[in-house]
Every structure is written in C-alpha cells, then in structure tokens.
Design a protein around this ligand. Structure first.
Ligand SMILES: [Zn+2]
Length: 215
C-alpha cells in the first residue's frame, strides 16, 4: 500500500470530497465530457497558486481551456527548434477546439513580473533560476520605460509591470498567423484581464485606452 505524504494525503482527502460531491452531482456532465471537450474560451494565466482560473470564473469541467505558466506569458510565434509548449496549446485551442475568445489574465503580486523588473535572476544557470530569467526576458522591452519612471522597488512599478505583461502577451498572440487571421475575420476575440489578489477584483483591459478597470 502506498503511504502518501502529508501534502498528498490532503489532496486525496479533497479527491474523496470531489468523488462524493462534484463527481456525483455532475455525473451526466462527466459522461458527456468523455466523448470530447468543446470549451469556447481559452484562458492563459500564471502558475501562481492564488489565481486558478476555474476558481475565479467559477466554471464547470469542460468550459475553459487553460494554459498556466510563469507570469501568464505567451511567447511570440517562433519556428526555431525547441519545445514550444504554449504555442502547441494555443494551436490546439484555436485550430482544433476553435475557441471564440482568448483571455490573458495577469495578477497582482506576481513573482515572475517582479523578477522581470528587478532582473534578480539574470546571469543564473538553467535550473538555478536561469530558465525563469530566460522566460521573463520577454518582458525586457517593457521593463525599461517602467524602471526609468517608477524604479524597480515600488509597488507602482510592480503593478505597471504586471499590466504591461498582459499587453505583451496579447501582442505576441497576434504574431501567430492563425490568431491574426481569425481575429481579422471576427471569429476570435482577444481580451486582457488582471486579477488583483488583495481584493479579489477582476479588471478588464480596454485596449483603446490601455487602461484596466473593474469587470
Ligand atoms: Zn504570477
């Protein structure tokens, strides 16, 4: 018999509650989901444990297709050799599932955005911070104006970085030909969002003004 760690034991307790409550009450939904999924929205969010899209949007299984990574970033369209995980998920969502909308959700107190601002990990080796440093270098172009105006230590600078990261991801999404084409045709909408952890309020980006306001 496998003896779980304390952490896993807690998860298994949750799993038993899920089997008793969630699974039973939604058995019909699960039965139809085993035939396939048809989510209409893709959400790109941070891996941060405090910003689970399914929890924030209170959705059922099968309703949102989610990618989570450090700082909710989408890399630009690249065909260089490598393992393009976000691009693969994006391709699947847009071309196979044909989602109608992609929401990029940044959040408050984001460690990835903070590290991009302070550059505290630059120069570290892969496995020692280097993978993160390399990933968040994507934010270097927006870092410069923020750091020169607000410094790298203030909360205002961090917030500016968190909001700018959402805009970087939206811009990078638009470098993918399939996204460009579908957005132009009106069959795909891109949306920027920001979840402020401190008060639990979701903000939506108005791309015309560049401002985020409560949803
Ligand atoms: Zn984060």
């Amino acid at each position: 018999m496998i003896i779980p760690s304390t952490e896993l034991a807690e998860l298994l307790q949750g799993y038993r509650r899920f089997r008793e409550a969630g699974w039973k009450s939604e058995r019909e939904r699960w039965a139809s989901l085993c035939e396939g999924q048809q989510p209409r929205i893709m959400v790109i969010a941070c891996s941060d444990s405090r910003v689970d899209p399914a929890q924030i949007f209170d959705v059922h299984p099968g309703e949102i297709f989610v990618v989570r990574n450090v700082a909710a970033l989408v890399p630009p369209f690249e065909t260089t050799p490598g393992l393009h995980g976000v691009s693969a998920a994006l391709e699947f969502a847009v071309q196979v599932l044909k989602v109608r909308e992609i929401v990029v959700m940044g959040h408050g107190m984001c460690g990835g955005c903070k590290a991009a601002l302070t550059q505290e990990l630059s120069g570290t080796d892969p496995g020692q911070g280097g993978f993160i440093a390399n990933w968040i270098e994507m934010l270097d172009p927006v870092r410069e104006p923020i750091a020169s105006e607000l410094g790298t230590e203030s909360r205002a600078a961090e917030r500016a970085m968190e909001e700018a990261a959402v805009k970087v991801s939206l811009a990078n999404l638009r470098t993918f030909p399939c996204v460009q084409e579908k957005e132009k045709r009106g069959s795909l909408t891109l949306r920027g969002a920001f979840f402020a952890i401190s008060d639990g309020i979701l903000h939506l980006l108005d791309e015309k003004t560049g401002k985020f306001s409560p949803a």
